[in-house]
Design a protein around this ligand. Sequence first.
Ligand code: FAD
Length: 386
Amino acid sequence: MALDFTFTEEQEFFRQMVRDAVNRLIMPRVKELDEKEEFPWDLWKEFAALGYLGLRHEEKYGGMATDTISQMIFYEELARGSCGFAMAAIMQILMGTYFIALFGSENIKQRILVPAIKGEKIGTICFTEDQSGSDLGGTRTLATKVDGGWRINGRKQWITNGPIADFTTVMATVDPKLGLKGLNFYLVEKKTADRDGFTPGQRLHKLGSRCSVTGELVFDNVFIPDENFLGEQIGKGVQYAGDILNEVRIMTAMNALAIAKGAMEDARGYAKNRIAFGNPISKYQLIREKFAKYWAWYEVSWNYTYKCAWMIQNKITCTNECMLAKYHATEMCMYAVEEAMRIYGGNAFCTEYPPQRYWRDAKFLLYGGGTHEVLCDYLGRIFCKD
Ligand SMILES: Cc1cc2nc3c(=O)[nH]c(=O)nc-3n(C[C@H](O)[C@H](O)[C@H](O)COP(=O)(O)OP(=O)(O)OC[C@H]3O[C@@H](n4cnc5c(N)ncnc54)[C@H](O)[C@@H]3O)c2cc1C
């Protein structure tokens, strides 16, 4: 197969469209979005009207059915504007609707997926619990089979879009003793006067990505009908989760790339104007080294992450590659935001200047799609073949 590192004309055009929307709608409000810590409903409606919430879904449900590379272009451009808004939107586009699109009945797709694409319903996905994050085998949220459906009992935490969610895909176990083999996905809607469902619990206040709202969801003996079981077979939840994780990991890498680039480009502007010892600090070798290191690692990361997108698009197995991409991009990003903080000197500590926002936003990227330690442990084991 020939090597080809070019984007198609359509992909370049798509990038420009998204970039224009981000420049127009998000860039003037970056500071406000961070400070207010509120979900920006107006932006949500604008992005839904542009069709972006249906980026990866079939056209017959109102989606755009774009390729994986275009989806990554979207994530990269959106995160350049606001990591928080990107988190909320990507939750809807990718994780929140993934299993509904894959396994949902036609009725569920019409009732949930179609309004989700229009931005009229908000979704999320629930894995994490008080005592299980990286270790999904520790899931305690219980799904009990009853006549005509299931009863769900448990609490999930750290749920992006949780406080405003209309529906969620929840991972629950049929028996905690089965560990990973007992896990499945279920669709649960929010409780209303005429329907059983989850209720939002405590909202969490975050260090960064603050305009996405995050909190607990409570499942108190919630009844759901049989059609809300999302899968073909009981006990396959972890296998299904593995399929989406490749995309989650490179999506996270895209967020990291966008934050690193924003932080270092702002820092470059600052360094060229800040005078110390008679020169702009950008003239000093120790400052230039920070830019050089970032640039080298950024370029490698950017190319490798798009290679992973291309592999997913071409259905080439790439579990290890996507882990490597996420690991490399997030470590590169941690370096970039830390060095940007140093370049700004004492001003970095002031909320009037941007590096502290990049630094705070970046920290979240270390957790989703596998923490640094969990990825390293897995990759080290694969490398050593033990
Ligand atoms: C902003 C934000 C949004 C989120 N949104 C969602 C969401 O929408 N839905 C959802 O389900 N979850 C969400 N999460 C949760 C996220 O997925 C978890 O934080 C992540 O899975 C890690 O789990 P944990 O925080 O429980 O950490 P733990 O798994 O408890 O890990 C704690 C520490 O132990 C280390 N560790 C764990 N296992 C090992 C090991 N085997 N070897 C070495 N070290 C290890 C970890 O690396 C980490 O340093 C969100 C988190 C954040 C911060």
